[in-house]
Every structure is written in structure tokens, then in C-alpha cells.
Design a protein around this ligand. Structure first.
Ligand code: GLU
Length: 320
């Protein structure tokens, strides 16, 4: 079993990210003898990603007892591999150049249509451009993104948390118009090349999975198993974020939380057995994780989204 956690190094990990990381770690390490847990930095975007964030993310994972087996891989160093996959799809006639701006796509996608496309999907404006029309757009200085040619294929998968998920594939972007490989393509290529057979990630990505399954199929890869973990929400019902308050390990440490108490908080939020600190002394974070991994099962994992009010974390449990 090879699992992975694939954060984007665009800021510190918050409790929601750490909770997802923990599930991916537990799921991979529950077979400690053979299970491997990898970390991949999804630093495709050079503007928002940074090495400082990467270092801090790895440090915070290690503080909670999660250290990757093997080298940390950076997507920014693998563009040649992503482009090779795009070239293979292109050789099969499955790639076309798209000159649309974001605004044009937004407007066209929100315009009323009755052709059966799900709302918000790319309307296919550039699918059948003539050489002349392409030339005209290039003369206007427009740069092309590369899109996958699809035919409304439907994919379904049995998610380890969500159960059966089904979705229609659209003409997903493979390479952005600045030449950077796009997320859906890169994630498929890297999961395959790294031998990942179990993907654990936030449930906001479940709707992207049919697209990724389609790419796996077109590229002849065996897809991994998927587990989409419910996101953590702030008290306003929105996805947990920095603006909600003290949500990083450093924030919590400043409020008096030690790493073991944070690990116990996260395990408890997942409905997993939390070792009792009075029974094991001194309790180290690795003891907590090892105990949890021995009993981990997707079958008993909490399926509800966790609503967290950072104001309630102003002091660790023992100090209340
Ligand atoms: N890099 C993505 C994120 O940070 C996760 C991608 C994935 O796990 O497939 O949300």
C-alpha cells in the first residue's frame, strides 16, 4: 500500500489540512511493515508556492509524527514528465488548443444552454477552430492552453469514505496558457509514477476524480483507490481558513497546546480511538499515532464535516 499527502506549499497547514494528512498517514501506515506514506509538494504555481512554506509544512507534519518514507517530490521539477503524458494524449488526437480567457469561459459557461452539459463546464468554444481562426487568435497575442477532447464520458468509483461517486468528464485543461501543467494532469501522472495506490484527500476534490479516472484510463494507468475526507468548516459554515482564527500548529502552541494534545484533538474529531494520556506516560506523539494506526479503519471514520470554532481552542483541554 502506498499512500500520499499532496499539499500545495502556499501557506501554513491548518487543522483541516493536518487532519487530512493524518488520515492518509494512518491509512498507509496501518500496514506498517509494507505501507509507505509519501509527501508530494504540489508547487505547480510558481507565484503562490514557496520553499519557506514547504519547509514549514514538513516541519508541522513531523511535529505530529508524520515523516515521509522517501524523498519529498516537487511537481515543479517534473514538468518534463507531465509534458510527455500530454504528448501521448496529443498523438492520440485528444488534445486541442484553447485560446479562451477566463472571462469568456465564465460567460459562456453561465449562458443558458440545453445541450446536456452540466452547468459550469467548458462549452467547447475552441474545440473545432480552423487553422485560420487559430492563427487569428495568435495574431491577437493570445496564448493557448491545452485541453483534453472528451465526449461526455461518465466515470464512477467506490470511494472509501463517500461510497459510490459518479461524474461526467469535461474538456479539462492539461496545460495552462502560461505553459504550466495543470493540476488534474499532473496529479494523475505523479500518482502513477510514484506507485501511489491509495489517494486520501479533501472531499472538495471528489468532483475532480472522474476526470482523473478518465486520464488514468487514456494513459493506460491503473487508478488508485480514493478516500475523500470531509472538510473542516469554520463556525460560519465555510471551509476552515486562516481568517477563522488560530488554526495552525504554531497558533495552537502559542495558546498552550502541545503537539500530543493536537494529535488527540484531530483523532477525536475523526471518531478514532484516542489513547488515554493517563495510561501511557510519558505520552509521545508517535505513541498516539501508533495506537491509532493499529485500529484505523475507513469503516469507522467520521463521515460528517467537522465544524470547528477556533475560539474554543484558546486553551488546551488540561487547562480548562
Ligand atoms: N494539492 C491539492 C491541495 O492541496 C491536493 C491534491 C490531491 O491530493 O490530489 O488541495
Amino acid at each position: 500500500m502506498t499512500g500520499r499527502f499532496a499539499p500545495s506549499p502556499t501557506g501554513p497547514l491548518h487543522l483541516g489540512n493536518l487532519r487530512t494528512a493524518l488520515v492518509s498517514w494512518l491509512a498507509a501506515r496501518r500496514t506498517a511493515a509494507t505501507g509507505r506514506w509519501l509527501v508530494r509538494m504540489e508547487d505547480l504555481d510558481p507565484v503562490t508556492s514557496s520553499r519557506d512554506h514547504e519547509v514549514r509544512q514538513l516541519r508541522d507534519l513531523a511535529r505530529l509524527g508524520m515523516s515521509p518514507d522517501g524523498e519529498v517530490v516537487r511537481q515543479s521539477e517534473r514538468f518534463h514528465l507531465h509534458r510527455e503524458a500530454i504528448a501521448r494524449l496529443d498523438a492520440d488526437g485528444l488534445v486541442y488548443r484553447c485560446y479562451c480567457t477566463r472571462r469568456e469561459i465564465r460567460e459562456a459557461a453561465s449562458a443558458p444552454h440545453d445541450d446536456g452539459r452540466p452547468d459550469g463546464t467548458y462549452p467547447g468554444t475552441c474545440r473545432e477552430l480552423t487553422a485560420h481562426a487559430r492563427h487569428q487568435r495568435e495574431q491577437q497575442g493570445r496564448r493557448a492552453a491545452l485541453r483534453l477532447r472528451t465526449e461526455g464520458e461518465i466515470h464512477e468509483f467506490d470511494d472509501l469514505v463517500l461510497g459510490l461517486v459518479r461524474g461526467t468528464v469535461d474538456d479539462v485543461v492539461l496545460q495552462r496558457n502560461d505553459g504550466v501543467p495543470a493540476y488534474n494532469l499532473a496529479v494523475v501522472v505523479d500518482d502513477h509514477l510514484q506507485g501511489v495506490d491509495q489517494v486520501v484527500r479533501g472531499d472538495d476534490l471528489a468532483s475532480s476524480t472522474p476526470r482523473q479516472l478518465h486520464l488514468h484510463r487514456l494513459l493506460g494507468f491503473a487508478p488508485p483507490a480514493y478516500a475523500h475526507v470531509p472538510l473542516v468548516l469554520g463556525p460560519d459554515g465555510q471551509r476552515l481558513a486562516k481568517r477563522h482564527g488560530a488554526v495552525t500548529l504554531d497558533d495552537l502552541a502559542a495558546a498552550g497546546w502541545d503537539d500530543v494534545s493536537v494529535a488527540r484533538l484531530l483523532l477525536g474529531s475523526l471518531g478514532l480511538a484516542v489513547p488515554d494520556p493517563s495510561r501511557i506516560e510519558p505520552l509521545r506523539v508517535t505513541d498516539v499515532l501508533d495506537a491509532a494506526s493499529a485500529t484505523f479503519s475507513f469503516a469507522t471514520l467520521a463521515r460528517e464535516r467537522w465544524v470547528l470554532d477556533p475560539a474554543a481552542l484558546d486553551a488546551p483541554p488540561a487547562h480548562r
